[in-house]
Design a protein around this ligand. Structure first.
Ligand SMILES: [Zn+2]
Length: 351
């Protein structure tokens, strides 16, 4: 038994030391969907932010989508579900985004981490220099104000998830009764604007109909950054969590057919108890969708007792993917290559 086989057996992973490192297998990781909340932003959570460089180094992360929750001030938690608690005006939501972006950028500067703004920056990340993609989950800042997309772009945002838990005028969300019948005219305009500016579109939290509508008009590949493939009934808003948040296999295949990527979140009930289960689930998804269309989107920071988080667990996930017999090239694509590929395509403005 060589060292790698020994490590992938899991025994060495759970005892002592820092665990496997990037130097060991040389396979970098990208996480499409990570939350870091500043103290006081979430009621009752006043713990200081864990410095991001340390997390990225522990996981061998070279690319990380830092997801700012664009509708956070208008969400409440009610009987195990997140629900809308107010109606943001697009301008108020843009103000909120500005506050978040300012402190995120200050942290990145203090950590000496670069923001990914161009396809060349993604190449630099691939070459080994860590970069952070500024991402927004829930585009309330565009509600009634499509022109705010340019403002967000100018502030460095390059990855926009159209919907989250608060309704907006772009399209329907998975967790509430549909009201738009899919993507709206404003949503269509936003797709075109993202394509021409060079912003990656994220469809997580959107209904299947929105997925179909966006795919029919987008000139660039898209991602579904975080959740898991549905195994039973097609997900809809009447289903309990987390089933309402799953992605139907047909819609996942449609995203893949257009060159996109589907990310697996770290939710225990979907990904299993730890890195080994998470790796097994990723490999299963690759079996269904192809190894070019699956990625990591842990949702770190937002999940209670997750199976994995964006730090050192990611090294174990890579080791387990290799240990499960996936070819190295497939592991490289799933671990980072796929998110990097769609980002490069989406960040290139479409004419
Ligand atoms: Zn989410």
């Amino acid at each position: 038994m060589n060292r790698r086989q020994f490590l992938s057996g899991g025994l060495a992973l759970s005892i002592g030391g820092a665990g496997p490192s990037l130097a060991e297998d040389g396979i970098p990781v990208a996480d499409m969907h990570v939350h870091l909340f500043f103290p006081g932003v979430i009621p009752g959570r006043n713990t200081p932010l864990v410095p991001l460089r340390r997390t990225m180094e522990a996981g061998g992360l070279k690319l990380l989508g830092w997801s700012l929750v664009g509708d956070l001030p208008w969400i409440r938690s009610a009987s195990g579900r997140l629900r809308q608690s107010g109606v943001p005006d697009g301008e108020a939501a843009l103000d909120w985004l500005k506050i978040e972006l300012a402190r995120v950028k200050a942290h990145l500067e203090a950590q000496d981490l670069k923001v990914a703004l161009t396809p060349a920056d993604i190449d630099r990340a691939i070459a080994g220099e860590p970069h952070v993609v500024l991402s927004v989950e829930g585009a309330s800042f565009l509600d009634g104000h499509p022109e705010n997309l340019q403002a967000a772009y100018d502030m460095g945002v390059r990855h926009v998830q159209f919907v989250h838990y608060v309704r907006n005028d772009l399209g329907d969300i998975q967790t509430e009764k549909p009201e738009h019948g899919g993507l709206t005219a404003s949503g269509r305009e936003t797709v075109a604007a993202c394509n021409s500016l060079g912003i990656l579109i994220d469809l997580a939290h959107a209904t299947g109909k929105v997925v179909e509508d966006v795919l029919s008009v987008s000139k660039a590949p898209v991602v579904w950054s975080h959740s898991a493939l549905a195994t039973g009934r097609t997900p809809d808003w009447t289903r309990p969590m987390p089933f309402a948040r799953h992605l139907g296999v047909d819609h996942a295949k449609a995203i893949a057919d257009k060159g996109g990527v589907i990310g697996l979140w770290g939710l225990r009930s979907d990904a299993g108890p730890g890195p080994e289960g998470y790796a097994r689930k990723l490999a299963q998804m690759a079996g269904v969708l192809g190894d070019a269309h699956v990625g990591i989107g842990t949702d770190s920071g937002a999940l209670a007792s997750p199976a994995v988080t964006a730090g050192a667990d990611m090294r174990r996930v890579v080791q387990h993917l290799l240990g499960q017999g996936l070819p190295r090239e497939s592991v490289e694509k799933i671990a980072m290559g796929n998110y990097a590929r769609v980002l490069k395509a989406a960040l290139t403005p479409a004419v």
